[in-house]
Design a protein around this ligand. Structure first.
Ligand code: AMP
Length: 440
C-alpha cells in the first residue's frame, strides 16, 4: 500500500513526501481509512509505530473536507496528551503534516505562562493539542469553548491513567458535544483502559499493531548482571567500549539521573539529564541537543522520557530496571522506531532480580545475560523460568515529585469552572450520559 492509496489530498501527500516517508506504517494503513470514514477508533500502538501521523493525517483531511470555519475561542479537533513533551511533539507533527493547508493549530500545557495561550486561542484554532490540567484552566477562564468540536483524540491513554488524570479527562469529556468522532490510542490495553474506552469511543474500529505487551521485535535486548556498587563505572565504560553515539539512559530517580549525567561528563561523555525538576526550557534544550547529536547521552526518568519522539533512536540503557514492568516496554519502545533496529541493555543487580523476573514474564521472553568482565555481581543473579500464567500488572502509584513533566495543573484540584461542580465531577462514575453541554 502507498500513501497515494489512502484518499489523502495532494497538499497532505506533499507534506508526507517531504518527510521522506515511502509507505504507510501498519497503524497508518489501518487507522487512516477508518478515521477518514468518521468512525471511532481504539488503537493499541506504542510510540514509534507512526501513530501520530496515523491520526493526524486523516484528521487534517477531515477538517479541510468539512470546511467549517472556526469561531473565536473555539476548537474543531482536540488532542489530549499526558505530558508537555508529547503535546509539543504532536503539535510539531500537526504543523509538519499541515504545512500546505490553511488550518490553525496551537499547543497548550502547564508550567508556562497562560496569557500567550489565551491570546492564541482568541481567534479559535482548528486543532488544539493540550494537557488536561491546563486545558481545564483555560476553559474555566473562558479562553476556550467546545461547541464546534468535531473530533477528540486521546493519546497515550494508558499513561494518562498511570499519571492519575482520569478525573480531568472525565471533566473534559463532559464539556464536549456528544456528537463527535473519538480516537483513542494506548500502548497497552489493561482492564482500566477498556473501562475508560467504554466511556469514550462508540462502536470503534479496533486496531492493534503490537501484540499485547510485546516489545518491538526489531530491538535486540539483553541483560548485564552487575554488582550494584560497580554500576556507575560500568555505564561510561560500556558506552565507550561499544561506541554508542546516541544513548537514552533510564534512571529510577531524578537525583540518580543528575548523578549519572555528572559521572558521564567527568568521564568525557557529553550528557544531559531530563526530569521533572528541570525547567521546561532546560528540558527542551536538552532534548534538542540530544536530537542534534551535541549531547551523546540523555539520562531520563520514565515520566520525563514518555513519548519523546527521537526518531530511530538506536540505543537504550536501563541503568535501573523500572518498578513497573510495563514501563520496560515503553522504554524500549523508543528504539527500533518505524522499522529501524535498536539495542536495549539492562544493568541488573541483585536487588533488582525480582524486577527482571516481572519484565521477562511480561514480555514472555527470557533475556540473554551477557556479563562484563570486572563488573560481575559477587552473588550470581537467580535464574527464572517464565511464568506463563497471565499476571495482573501492578498499577503504578501516581508519580510524586516528577510532576513538572506532566501538566502541574493535573493534581487533584478544585474545579474553578462554575459550570463543572467539583463534587459532581468526582462522585460520578464514567458515563456516556453527559451533562448538557454548557459551553455551547
Ligand atoms: P510516532 O509513533 O508517531 O511517535 O512516530 C515515530 C516516528 O516514525 C516519527 O519519527 C515519525 O517521523 C516516523 N514515521 C511516521 N510515519 C512514518 C512512515 N510512514 N515512514 C517512515 N517513518 C515514519
Amino acid at each position: 500500500m502507498q500513501f497515494t492509496d489512502l484518499r489523502l489530498s495532494p497538499a497532505i501527500l506533499k507534506a508526507v513526501t517531504a518527510q521522506g516517508y515511502d509507505t504507510p506504517t501498519p497503524i497508518q494503513q489501518q487507522a487512516i481509512p477508518a478515521v477518514l470514514d468518521h468512525q471511532d477508533l481504539l488503537a493499541a500502538a506504542q510510540t514509534g509505530t507512526g501513530k501520530t501521523a496515523g491520526f493526524t493525517l486523516p484528521l487534517l483531511q477531515n477538517l479541510i473536507d468539512s470546511k467549517n470555519v472556526v469561531k473565536s475561542n473555539n476548537v474543531r479537533a482536540l488532542v489530549l496528551t499526558p505530558t508537555r513533551e508529547l503535546a509539543a511533539q504532536v503539535q510539531e507533527s500537526v504543523e509538519t503534516y499541515g504545512q500546505f493547508l490553511d488550518l490553525r493549530s496551537a499547543v497548550v500545557f502547564g508550567g508556562v505562562k497562560i496569557n500567550p495561550q489565551m491570546l492564541k486561542l482568541r481567534r479559535g484554532v482548528d486543532i488544539l493539542v493540550a494537557t488536561p490540567g491546563r486545558l481545564l484552566d483555560l476553559y474555566s477562564q473562558n479562553a476556550v469553548t467546545f461547541s464546534q468540536l468535531e473530533v477528540l483524540v486521546l493519546d497515550e491513554a494508558d499513561r494518562m491513567l498511570d499519571m492519575g488524570f482520569i478525573r480531568d479527562i472525565q471533566k473534559i469529556i463532559r464539556l464536549l458535544p456528544k456528537q463527535r468522532q473519538n480516537l483513542m490510542f494506548s500502548a497497552t490495553f489493561s482492564d482500566d483502559i477498556r473501562e475508560l474506552a467504554k466511556t469514550i469511543v462508540v462502536n470503534p474500529v479496533e486496531v492493534s499493531v503490537t501484540p499485547k505487551n510485546a516489545a518491538a521485535k526489531s530491538v535486540t535486548q539483553w541483560v548485564i548482571p552487575v554488582e550494584k556498587s560497580k554500576k556507575p563505572a560500568l555505564l561510561p565504560s560500556f558506552i565507550k567500549s561499544h561506541h554508542w553515539r546516541q544513548v537514552l539512559v533510564f534512571s529510577k530517580t531524578k537525583h540518580g539521573a543528575n548523578r549519572l549525567a555528572k559521572k558521564l561528563e567527568s568521564s568525557g561523555i557529553l550528557a544531559a539529564a531530563i526530569h521533572g525538576n528541570k525547567s521546561q526550557a532546560a528540558r527542551t534544550r536538552a532534548l534538542a541537543d540530544f536530537k542534534s547529536g551535541d549531547v551523546q547521552v540523555l539520562v531520563a526518568t520514565d515520566i520525563a522520557a514518555r513519548g519523546l519522539d527521537i526518531s530511530e533512536l538506536p540505543h537504550v540503557i536501563n541503568y535501573d530496571l523500572p518498578n513497573v514492568a510495563a514501563d520496560y516496554v515503553h522504554r524500549i519502545g523508543r528504539t527500533g522506531r518505524a522499522g529501524a533496529t535498536g539495542e536495549a541493555v539492562s544493568f541488573v543487580c541483585d536487588e533488582d532480580a525480582e524486577l527482571l523476573r516481572d519484565v521477562q514474564n511480561l514480555i514472555g521472553e527470557i533475556l540473554e545475560r551477557r556479563p562484563v568482565a570486572g563488573f560481575e555481581p559477587d552473588k550470581p543473579l537467580p535464574e527464572f523460568a517464565l511464568n506463563t500464567k497471565p499476571k495482573k500488572i501492578k498499577k503504578p502509584k501516581k508519580p510524586k515529585g516528577d510532576s513538572a513533566s506532566a501538566d502541574p495543573g493535573q493534581k487533584p484540584r478544585r474545579a474553578r469552572n462554575p459550570n463543572a461542580s467539583a463534587s459532581g465531577d468526582r462522585s460520578k462514575p464514567p458515563s456516556r450520559r453527559r451533562t448538557p453541554n454548557k459551553s455551547a
